[in-house]
Design a protein around this ligand. Structure first.
Ligand SMILES: [Fe+2]
Length: 385
């Protein structure tokens, strides 16, 4: 997120004395790639390093089983139980060394949390919440993508029941570089712009407390660091690294006379994966155009599609519906269900909203994923509609 933002009270010059109610603030640089990448400067009332205890956490490390023997999957997230906590209640489903995908439905405020394994991209499938962090409050709602930077201390405050699809990168999640000019501004031809992106605004978020536990995720699992004072003590910050949100309905689809391939729908890029948004749009305009996607073999990628809302015409008869996840692995040719071309002839637009993740290394599946996998899905293309 390369756009400069400033919230609350910061000194005129960085690395200079900043007095808050008579005390000198503790300046923290939160930066990617050490001191060379995107960063923010935060001004704390108390030392962000002051911890009083470190506690282990008994938590199972998810095991991702090889997709063997190779099969396409339809995962029915609606069959997963509701959790209390939007962080600790997450059910890992798919993953490799670059990225993992989890699902959670929750209705209560999570504990404080920071993920030191990589950025999180949280897609809000339903409900609304406030992402509270050291950067302040960021209200989010259904259809929002929420980018939570690696190691940002935060919590999810659910204002009602929320369903979240959580993509956890090993590294960072960015806007595709081909959407940016040399100065980092979104290009005119990009399918969204800076106006569509929201960050924490308004007053800084100050909370009081002593001996405050924060759950920390690292590659080894979970730990708890008990902070001497509440981590939400930032009186001001500025920079280009902070949580931000973007609603999928603000993605402007690119359509053509004949079918446009999925890269025109790309929304985010990570190391080892890309994410695309499929939103309601006009179909191709040529009278001879085949409006449903052609069969395709993604020889280098495992393709995951989350069906968020609308009518998935090309998948009718497959069992796919709202809340479904399809997994079409490398080595398998996938395409529209039989009969979908005929159904599309008199239709001039699609009403579907879906999120796609293409992973460049094979994705494994957890026991949770296998438990909600539709046993009949692999044969769905062979059935008559
Ligand atoms: Fe596909």
């Amino acid at each position: 997120m390369p756009y400069y933002r400033s919230v609350g009270s910061v000194p005129r010059k960085r690395h200079t004395v900043h007095r808050i109610e008579g005390s000198v603030a503790f300046e923290e640089l939160m930066g990617i790639e050490g001191f060379s990448g995107t960063s923010a400067l935060l001004y704390h009332r108390h030392s962000p390093s002051a911890i009083t205890r470190i506690e282990p956490v008994e938590a199972a490390v998810p095991a991702f089983h090889d997709n063997m023997p190779l099969r396409p999957h339809h995962l029915r997230t609606q069959q997963l139980p509701t959790a209390d906590d939007a962080v600790l209640g997450r059910q890992p489903l798919l993953g490799n060394n670059d990225v993992s995908i989890s699902w959670v439905a929750a209705s209560a405020t999570s504990g404080l949390y920071r993920n030191a394994t990589g950025d999180e991209l949280v897609y809000v499938q339903s409900g609304s919440a406030v992402l509270e962090s050291v950067f302040g409050r960021l209200p989010v709602r259904d259809g929002d993508y929420v980018v939570v930077p690696m190691s940002a201390t935060h919590r999810w405050v659910a204002t009602d029941r929320v369903e979240l699809l959580v993509i956890n990168a090993r590294g960072h999640i960015n806007v595709p570089s081909r959407y940016l000019n040399a100065a980092g501004q979104m290009l005119e031809g990009a399918p969204f712009s800076e106006r569509d992106q929201r960050g924490p605004a308004g007053e800084p978020l100050i909370d009081e407390g002593e001996d405050v536990p924060v759950t920390v995720r690292t590659r080894g699992g979970l730990s708890v660091h008990v902070h001497a004072t509440h981590p939400f003590d930032v009186v001001g910050w500025d920079g280009c690294l902070y949580p931000w949100a973007f609603n999928i309905a603000d993605f402007e689809p690119i359509v053509g006379r004949i079918h446009q391939p999925p890269p025109v729908h790309q929304t985010f890029a990570g190391s080892g994966f890309v994410i695309c948004s499929f939103v309601p749009r006009l179909f191709d305009t040529d009278p001879e155009a085949v409006k449903v996607p052609y069969h395709h073999a993604n020889v280098d990628t495992d393709e995951v599609l989350f069906y968020s809302r609308g009518d998935f015409m090309s998948r009718a008869g497959s069992g796919i519906g709202v809340g479904s996840i399809s997994v079409h692995p490398a080595g398998f040719v996938h395409g529209p269900q039989p009969g979908s071309f005929e159904r599309s002839i008199d239709v001039d637009r699609t009403a579907e909203t879906a999120v796609m993740l293409d992973a460049f290394s094979p994705l494994g599946l957890t026991d949770s994923a296998l438990g909600i996998s539709d046993a009949d899905y692999p044969w769905s293309w062979a059935r008559r509609p």
